[in-house]
Design a protein around this ligand. Sequence first.
Ligand SMILES: C[C@@](CO)(OP(=O)(O)O)[C@H](O)COP(=O)(O)OP(=O)(O)OC[C@H]1O[C@@H](n2ccc(N)nc2=O)[C@H](O)[C@@H]1O
Ligand SMILES: Nc1ncnc2c1ncn2[C@@H]1O[C@H](COP(=O)(O)OP(=O)(O)O)[C@@H](O)[C@H]1O
Length: 283
Amino acid sequence: MLAFPSCKINIGLQLIERRADGFHNLLSAFYPVGWTDVLEIIPAISDKTAANQPVANELVTFTTSGLPIPGDPDPARNLCVRAYHLLQADYDLPPVQMHLHKIVPIGAGLGGGSADAAATINLLNEQFALGLTVAQRENYARELGSDCAFFIQNKPQYCIEKGDVFESINLDLNGYHILLVYPNLAISTAEAYAGVTPRQPDTPLRALLEAPIEQWRDTVHNDFEDSLFPKYPLLGEIKAQLYEAGALYASLSGSGSTLYGIFNAPPNSPPPFSRYTVWKSQL
Ligand SMILES: C[C@@](CO)(OP(=O)(O)O)[C@H](O)COP(=O)(O)OP(=O)(O)OC[C@H]1O[C@@H](n2ccc(N)nc2=O)[C@H](O)[C@@H]1O
Ligand SMILES: Nc1ncnc2c1ncn2[C@@H]1O[C@H](COP(=O)(O)OP(=O)(O)O)[C@@H](O)[C@H]1O
């Protein structure tokens, strides 16, 4: 079976407090974006002379193409393989062959790896008729990463606590256009969190998002920008260029390094962005 795990942007991200477990409580709106990887999972064929080499262990044959993934050549660390083992432990799954074609940039604040893991859970649930509910699949996903559970349903959500608990939100950007700019610079999530100073927001994000998008520029903020823009000035420059290109709203996504702009009409990819990895689409 085939899936196209897509990524997310964060619209606003308020880092509220450091928790006793070392993680941070936050408020953020997660919004799905259609830049996707390709993931195929099939029951294993027994012919070991086939082109795919068994690499992780006897249960999973995992191969990749496209962007190189940090952690290769140790595929056991890949979130897809970890997701398989999580379910295998409880459901005694048969051996599988998995292939991931990696397209979404890595260390980009787009949650691409988490999306792959969630897609693995959803595919295995379907392929082997496990009958897992959304809540059960989200619980497995939470074990793999804070933003992983979001991708089980992959719909706009208001995220609280570690970013893994959801409240519904009426946020519809249908018809707007988005331009993502990945500056070919990976930022590790742990590194980004290590630099933040959390604080209680004056106004919780949910109230700010109720205003029209034209007002967000002055109110809706990603708190990671405060520590990452001074460290990587390029990020602030790209955000300014997105506004110069006509964005109604522009921001860093998650813990970076991708910047995005939301536009009324299809944006050009003007010269400042041509040296970066860009992706654009209608939302
Ligand atoms: C920042 C966000 C915002 O949406 O996304 P990305 O930009 O990475 O896509 C998420 O909070 C990232 O979630 P995820 O990438 O799943 O992080 P995890 O693997 O759970 O954690 C990686 C590390 O980030 C820190 N961490 C993560 C989540 C959280 N709420 N507080 C934290 O302090 C911890 O140091 C942890 O060890
Ligand atoms: N399938 C995967 N795709 C991408 N990264 C993966 C995957 N599996 C494990 N990882 C690890 O997760 C880390 C960050 O993943 P990613 O989700 O792309 O970043 P971000 O947290 O910035 O959204 C990478 O450093 C990589 O080592």
